[in-house]
Design a protein around this ligand. Sequence first.
Ligand code: C2E
Ligand code: MG
Ligand code: MG
Length: 577
Amino acid sequence: MKNGRSKGQATAHDDPPSVVTAALPTVFGPAAEAVQVGLYIQQNGIFRYVNPFLARQFGYAIGELIGQRGPLDLLLAAADSFYLDTHSGADAGVSACEAMARRRDNSVFPVRIVSAPLMFGGRAATVGTVLDLSAQRAAEDKVRELANFDALTGLPNRRLLLDRLQQQVAAAEREAAPFALLSLDLDNFKRINDSFGHRVGDELLCAVAKRIGMAVRRIDTLARLGGDEFILVMPGANAAGAADLACRLIDACNKPFVIAGHDLTVTPSLGVTIFPQDGKDIGILLRNADVAMYKAKEQGRNTFQFYTAEMNAATFERLMLESSLRRAVRNAELELHYQPQINLANGRIVGVEALVRWRHPELGLIMPDRFIHVAEETGLINPIGDWVLGEACRQARAWMAAGLPPLVMAVNVAPEQFRQGGFVAAVAGALAGSGLDPDLLELEVTERTLMHDAEAHIGTMTALHRMGVELSLDDFGTGYSSLAYLKRFPVGKLKIDRSFVNDLEHDPDDRAIASTIVNMGRSLRLAVLAEGVETCEQLALLRTMGCELAQGFLFSRPLPAGEIIELLRQQPFLNKE
Ligand code: C2E
Ligand code: MG
Ligand code: MG
C-alpha cells in the first residue's frame, strides 16, 4: 500500500490560475458542471478545475480551490489514505485511492478518488473524480452491527461473543491466566411474555440487559444469545470473582422493574465456569456453563452454581436414559421382580410387590430409582405404568392358573399416572384383560400423590375402591399426610417407610414413630406393613409393636417370576410352632 502523499508533489502554487478557469467550462461542457460527482483537474498538485459539485462536497467556493489548493490539501494525514490499485496497459496511469477527506469546517468523510492522466494546456495533468463514501460506509457499519449485535438490546450477539471468546482463550493461554464465563437465564420469563405480551417482555429484556451491563466491568463482555439467555465473559476473574459478580447480578435483577406501568420482578439463574479447568474449548465451556445454570434452576432458581464434572455426568446420564427409555417399552426391555409380603401372625406370604427393572441392552439391569423420575418428568411413566399394571395382573393370574393359592399383587403407581384422566379405565382394562379378581390387586400410592391434589384424587380413589381394588399408602411417614385425609381416603393399608425400620434397634425416635404408625393403623382400622426389614431384631421389635405385615431382605429380595414361584410354593416363612 503506497501512501497518498508520495504520489502528490509539493503544494507549490506555481501557475497563475486565472488563465484557465474561464476556459474550462467550455472544455468540459455543461455536463461537468451538472454531474453529481466531484470532478477536478490538477496540475503540479494544484486544482486547475473543480466542478460545482466538488466545491459543495468540501464546503468551499470554487474560487477558494482553483489555483489555491490541491487534492492533498483536502485529504487527512497521509497514513489514512491508500492506493487501491494502479492500472497498466490500456488504463496505464489510472489509479484509485480511498482516503479520509476534510471539509472546510474540518468535518471529515471517507472518499474514493479515481484519477487518470490528461494533457492540459499542453502539459501533463490529472483528471479525478471524488466519490463520497459516507453512505456506503454507514451501510457497511450497519451490516457489521447487525451481524455482530443483538437488534433488541444492542448487546454483542453469539457471533461476536464467539469471536471475543476466541481472543480471550488465546490471551488466557498466553498469559496462563484464567477467565470466568457465566451463563444467565431469567426464571419463568415465558410467563411474563404470556401474561403481559411480547412488547412488555422485550422492554423487560432491555431493562435487564441495561442493569446487568451496569453491574459488570468495562472489560467484561455481556452478550445476549437470544430469548432470555445471556453470557458474560470476565477476563482475569477467578472463582471468587465470578461468585461475587453472580451475587451482585442476582441482587441487581431482584429489584422490581417498572415496565408499561407494571411492577415486574425477575430472578436469574446463573451457571459459572472457569477457563481452563471447566473446559479448554469454547464449545465445552459454554455447554458446561449451561449445565451449571440448569442445576441452579433445579435448586430453586434465583441462585448460581459452579460447574462440576459430576454435573455433566448426571446430565449425560439423564439425556441418555431419556432417549433410550423411549424405546424400552416398545422393545420389551422392562421386567418385573416380585418381593414377598409376609403376614407376621403366621409367616405366610400373603402378597407380592411388583417392582420394575429395566434390562438395558448396554448398561445391564437398571433399578427404578435411577429411571422412574426420568419417566415421570418426561411423561413416559404412563406407558411404563400401563405395562407394569398389565404384566403384574397377567402374572398374578398365571400363578393362580398354575395352582398357587390366591395372592395380593401390589403395584406401585406414580403421581402422574394417578392424575391422568383414564387411570381408572386403565386399571379396569388390566383386570379385564387378565381376568384377575379386583380384590387381589392393590395399588401403592405415596403421600406425595395424595397431597398434591387431594380433592381431585378422592374421586379416582373412590372409583377404584368401588371396583374392589385395595389402596395402600407407600413410604408412609415421609410425606405430610393429614390425618383428616387418611380418614377420608379409602386407603386400606399403611406401609411404614424403610427409613424408620432401618435403625429400629438403635434409634428410639424411629421406634416411637414406627409404633405410633402401628397404633394409628389399629385405631383407623388400617393394615400396617413394615418395609425394608433386614434383621431378626427389627422383626422382633415390630412384632412386639403389633405390626401385622412385613417385607424385606430378611425374607427375600425382589426376585424374577421364575424364582419367586418356588417361595410361593414352599411358603418357607410359615411359623413352625
Ligand atoms: P418402594 O415402592 O418403596 O419399593 C420398595 C423398595 O425397597 C424396592 O426398591 C425394594 O427392592 C427395596 N427393599 C425391599 N426390602 C428391602 C430391604 O430389606 N432393604 C433395603 N435396603 N431395601 C429393600 P426398588 O425395587 O429399587 O424400587 C425403588 C422404588 O422405585 C420403589 O420404592 C418405588 O417407589 C419405585 N418403583 C418400583 N417399581 C415401580 C413401578 O412399577 N412403578 C412406579 N411408579 N414406581 C416403581
Ligand atoms: Mg412400593
Ligand atoms: Mg416404599
